[in-house]
Structures are given as C-alpha cells and as structure tokens.
Design a protein around this ligand. Structure first.
Ligand SMILES: Nc1nc2c(ncn2[C@@H]2O[C@H](COP(=O)(O)OP(=O)(O)O)[C@@H](O)[C@H]2O)c(=O)[nH]1
Ligand SMILES: [Mg+2]
Length: 398
C-alpha cells in the first residue's frame, strides 16, 4: 500500500518525507528496495503482543522496540502539484503516475498561509490553506474524469449495441488505478446515472462519478505544516474550516531535527513522543542546545510534532487499516522456525480469516480449513472478520 505525500511546492513535503522515512530502531534487513529517490518506507505504531506473552518477539518485517511494533508503510513524495498538473503541466506524467499508485494522501499545506499555489513565498496569512485543499480535490477529480472520458462516446455506444455493461466498462478502465468493480457499482448507484444509455452521459456525469470515487476511495488527511510558525487557535480554525475532512497541525522541520538528533545519539526520541531526553547534555554545542530548547517550547505548546499522528490518522482512520499477527503455533505464538511473532500484517479492517490466509500465502488460502484466535483459543471460520491486534493461526491442508 502506498501513501502519497502531496501539496503545492514549498509547503514542506520533502522535509516531511525525510522525517517520516528516518527511523532509528534496530531493524532486520529490509524487503523493500528504494528504487526512486521519492519513494521510501515509513512506519506506523501498534502495541506488540509479545508483552502479553512475556517473551521477546523476533520481528522479521516490522521492528519492535519497548513493546511498540513499527509497521512499514510505503511512502511516495508526489512532487508537481501545480495548477494544470492533471493535464501534464509541471512534472506532469510523473505526478500522474505517482497519483495512480497512492491509495491515500497526506496533503501538506502551509498553516501560516505564507506559501502560494506555485510555491511563491509571501507574508503570513496571504494565502488560505483551504484553497489548496479544494484545489487538490479538483485536480484529482479532473484527472480521473479525463481518464474516464477518453473515447467514452465510442465505447459507450458499442457497449449499448453489444449489451456490454457500463459498470464493467468503467471498472475495466479503472482497474489500473486500483478501483474495484463493487466500488464502481456503488458510485454509479450514488450518482444515479441512466445505466441503459451510457452514451448519453454528459461530461458532467463522468465528473460527478469521478468525484464520488475520489472522495470515497482516496482518503486524504491534511497536514497543517509549519505549526512552529503558527498558533494552536489558528490550527483549530483551519481544522473546523476543513471538517469533515480530517486535518492536524504538524511541524515537519521539528520532527526531522528530532529524528536526526536521535540518530546522531544526541537525544533519545521516539516518533510520536511528547518529549525527548538529552543523552549527554554537556556534549551539545551552544547551537544544538539552543535548538533543543526551542523544541522544548514547541512541544510544551503543541504536545507532539504531529507528524506520526498524521500518518497514523491516515492509515488507521482514513484508510481503515489494522495490524494482525499470523503465527503457526497457537500456544507459543511462533512460526515454523520457532520465532516469536515474526510477522505483522497491515490489512484492511474487516479482513477475514481466509483473506489473511491468502495474504500470507496463496496455498494457505486455497487449502484453508480454519483459523484459531491464538489469544482466546477460539476456532474461527473462513468468513470471520479479524480484529485489530489479533494473533491468528491458520490451519490449512496445504
Ligand atoms: N518553519 C517551518 N518551515 C518548514 C517546515 N517544513 C518545511 N519547512 C521549510 O519550507 C521550505 C520548503 O520545504 P520543502 O520540504 O522543500 O517543501 P516541498 O517543496 O513541499 O518539498 C524549506 O525552506 C523548509 O525548510 C516546518 O515544519 N516549519
Ligand atoms: Mg520537495
């Protein structure tokens, strides 16, 4: 699953990307390879069940530290959101390609209102960040409705002649963008289009459909960045103006400074914490000491940098993901090699026992017999929806 970082130039996307992809915890070699500079791995936190077991875990894919499991999430810094981007203005094709792969977006805006639509800087309060949010939605809708509209008349007429169904026609067109047939069908019901005559749909109809698909299936979380140059009442005002769209204040710059200082061994800081400890106060330069005092003041005003919360808000609330732990031995919570809780899977809420089996391995899904809730020692059927944090053994005849 990809999370896309979007926003107009100069709002702090790259700073946020650098902060979010810097994690200083003991880690096994990574299954991901960074092929492009704008792609990286970030992490969301969940409690690790090893604390209930009373034995340490041996994580393979998600590092664990002090009872917190850090679950990897792919992040992409989607540069190039400028007016006209959906038509290929600015970075054009790369922008569209990155959009295609993102299942949800962290939209970065400048809470101080000092950054304009093309990245131009001005005095605070010059620009309204809600404009930037509306603007992204329009670009996404235009992008999708252009994809839908390409040669629509011709396709729709031939579908009418051959008895082809418009929902399948649309779903075929959207499959590469990660939309499913049931999602398309639900959007069609909501927009109440005449399904017998798709060739009569006007451009507006396709735009309406695109809007429904984008707003329902591409969750966004607005990161009101540069909080260090703003105030909590301003952030609250923006939150109310954007509601029901979720937003939260953050400072990417403060988070990046904290993570780098932690990595350099100057402080001890875990992302999401409301404070940090100085490892060797006497070893700090005067400049470092001053910077850390500034961050103390920031944290006492804002509590946290807001960076970790924004990512977790998008992943757990916006994208409705949860984490489950597959094991092979239901009493020891180990895999076949005896490793305790080696895997942590980020799956959609409502994922069933059989769907988890398929996620672990196709064979396990195809040979599914039953699952066992290892915590409650209860047998679960194929269609049983799993709960966040479940430790699950899958029994399969393969
Ligand atoms: N005050 C403040 N400045 C920030 C913050 N995040 C980024 N910036 C600054 O904003 C400018 C643009 O940042 P950058 O990450 O390159 O933005 P991008 O163009 O959206 O990728 C740089 O000067 C950053 O130092 C922040 O949280 N607070
Ligand atoms: Mg950038």
């Amino acid at each position: 699953m990809d999370v896309g970082l979007v926003g107009q130039p100069n709002v702090g996307k790259s700073t946020l990307f650098n902060a979010l992809t810097l994690l200083h915890v003991p880690m096994a070699p990574y299954p991901f390879t960074t092929v492009e500079p704008n792609r990286g791995v970030s992490h969301v936190r969940v409690p690790c069940p090893h604390t209930e077991l009373g034995r340490p875990c041996q994580p393979g894919n998600a590092p664990c530290e002090e009872g917190v499991r850090w679950i990897p999430v792919q992040l992409v810094d989607v540069a190039g959101l400028v007016p006209g981007a959906h038509q290929g203005r600015g970075l054009g094709n790369r922008f569209l390609d990155d959009l295609r792969q993102a299942e949800g977006f962290l939209q970065v805006v400048d809470l101080t209102g000092a950054t304009g639509p093309e990245g131009n800087r001005s005095a605070p309060h010059t620009f309204d960040p809600t404009e930037a949010v509306r603007f992204l939605e329009e670009e996404l809708v235009l992008w999708l409705s252009e994809v839908l509209g390409r040669q629509w008349d011709k396709l729709a007429r031939s579908a009418e002649l051959t008895g082809g169904k418009p929902d399948e026609l649309l779903a075929g067109r959207l499959a590469g963008l990660g939309f499913t047939l049931p999602q398309v069908q639900a959007a069609l019901r909501q927009t109440a289009l005449d399904q017998a005559h798709p060739s009569r749909w006007e451009g507006d109809a396709l735009t309406g459909l695109a809007r429904t698909l984008i707003t329902t299936h591409r969750p966004r979380w607005v990161v009101a960045n540069k909080a260090d140059e703003s105030t909590p009442p301003a952030a609250e005002q923006l939150r109310q103006a954007l509601a029901p769209l979720a937003s939260s204040p953050a400072s990417a710059e403060v988070e990046l400074t904290l993570r780098r200082a932690d990595q350099a061994g100057l402080i001890r800081y875990r992302p999401g914490d409301s404070g940090f400890t100085r490892v060797r106060p006497d070893a700090l330069t005067a400049g470092q000491a001053r910077a850390l005092e500034g961050i103390d003041r920031f944290l006492s005003l804002w509590r946290t940098t807001g960076v970790q919360e924004a990512l977790e808000g998008l992943v757990f609330t916006g994208l409705q993901r949860m984490v489950v732990f597959p094991v092979e031995d239901e009493s020891r919570w180990t895999d076949s090699k005896g490793r305790v809780l080696p895997d942590a899977f980020l799956v959609p809420r409502g994922t069933t026992a059989r769907q988890l089996a398929y996620r672990v391995h196709t064979d396990l899904g195809e040979g599914f017999l039953k699952a066992v809730d290892a915590r409650r020692k209860r047998t679960l059927g194929a269609d049983h929806p799993l709960e966040p944090g479940d430790v699950i053994r899958v029994v399969s005849h393969r």
